[in-house]
Structure formats: C-alpha cells, structure tokens
Design a protein around this ligand. Structure first.
Ligand SMILES: [Zn+2]
Ligand SMILES: [Zn+2]
Length: 175
C-alpha cells in the first residue's frame, strides 16, 4: 500500500496513526520465494518532528512459509518486525541516492509500506529453521523424510569391506 505524505509533511507537529493492510504476499530474495501465510495490518505512526522531517514508527508481523533446514517441509515461521525510520522530506530522490540513503520505499512523497515491511522482514530473517528440534531430516540416499518413518536404506558404512557386505545385505532385503 502507498501512503501519500504531502499533507503531513506540510503540517509541522502533526501526528497520524494508520493501519495499512499489506499487499505483500511473498518474500523473494536470492534464496528463493517464500509465501506469506498470515499477516497483521501494520500499526504505523507518522510524526512530523519539524523541518520537514518525518518519523516513522511501526510494528506488525508476518508468518512466512520457509522450508525446514533438514527435511525441507514447509514451516510457518512468524516474523515480527519493527519499523523506525526518519525521512527527510526536503531531499529529492536524486539527493537520497547520492547520500546512499537506501530509501527505495520512498518515491517523492509516496511511501511504499509493502517495500518498507519487506526490508524489515529481511533484516529479521531467521538464520535457522527447523520443523522441530529433533527433526531427523531426509535420507541422503533415497531422499525420504525420515520424520515419517525410516526408509530401509542401510547406514553409510565406513569400511569398504563392510560396504560390500552391506550391498549384499541390501540386495538380499530387496528380494
Ligand atoms: Zn524438518
Ligand atoms: Zn533412504
């Protein structure tokens, strides 16, 4: 959702509260596309602190479907975020780029709330995702999800002589 900021930029001391709905339905970056399963509206406050500077504060959360690091089953991960930004509305878009202000959620007087939330969610992206603490992962041989039962593949033997015996054993089992 886009919020037009010219009214509040022109009235010093003004404070508004908004609850914009997110249009965002997935989080995409180099690692892939992750669907947003649930989202709260953003509780957003904008204050004109004077001299055409706006202070943005917001909270909310999104629940994103992320594959488990071990078994790859989708896990619903709730990612809360907090927004705290100062926007100097005196600057033009070109000046912002020159100042390396990476405010690409702000174009002229239009604030792109989805983009802002997207960036905040990326910053809070979980480093590790497990469907459960003791997830057994997938079999490195057949790819079966071992949380759903064992697959019957033999453990990887370390001794080559054992490997030969193990091969005979697994052939025997297939019959
Ligand atoms: Zn898992
Ligand atoms: Zn297996």
């Amino acid at each position: 959702m886009q919020i037009h900021l010219s009214d509040i930029t022109d009235s010093e001391g003004k404070h508004i509260q908004l609850q914009p709905e997110l249009e965002l339905d997935k989080i995409s970056f180099q690692m892939g596309d992750y669907p947003i399963l649930e989202k709260t509206p953003v509780e957003l406050e904008i204050t004109n602190t004077g001299n055409k500077v706006l202070e943005l504060k917001g909270i909310g959360s999104v629940t994103v479907g992320i594959p488990c690091d071990r078994c790859l089953e989708q896990v619903a991960v709730k990612i809360p975020y907090e927004i705290e930004q100062k926007l100097d509305m005196k600057k033009s878009d070109t000046e912002r780029v020159q100042d390396l202000d990476e405010n690409d959620y702000l174009t002229g007087m239009d604030l792109d709330v989805d983009r802002l939330v997207y960036l905040e969610v990326l910053m809070s992206w979980p480093l590790k995702v497990l469907c459960r603490e003791d997830c057994k992962g997938i079999c490195s041989r057949c790819g079966k999800n071992l949380n759903k039962g064992s697959c019957g593949c033999a453990e990887e033997p370390k001794d080559p002589r054992m490997a030969a015996i193990s091969d005979i054993f697994s052939k025997f089992k297939e019959v």
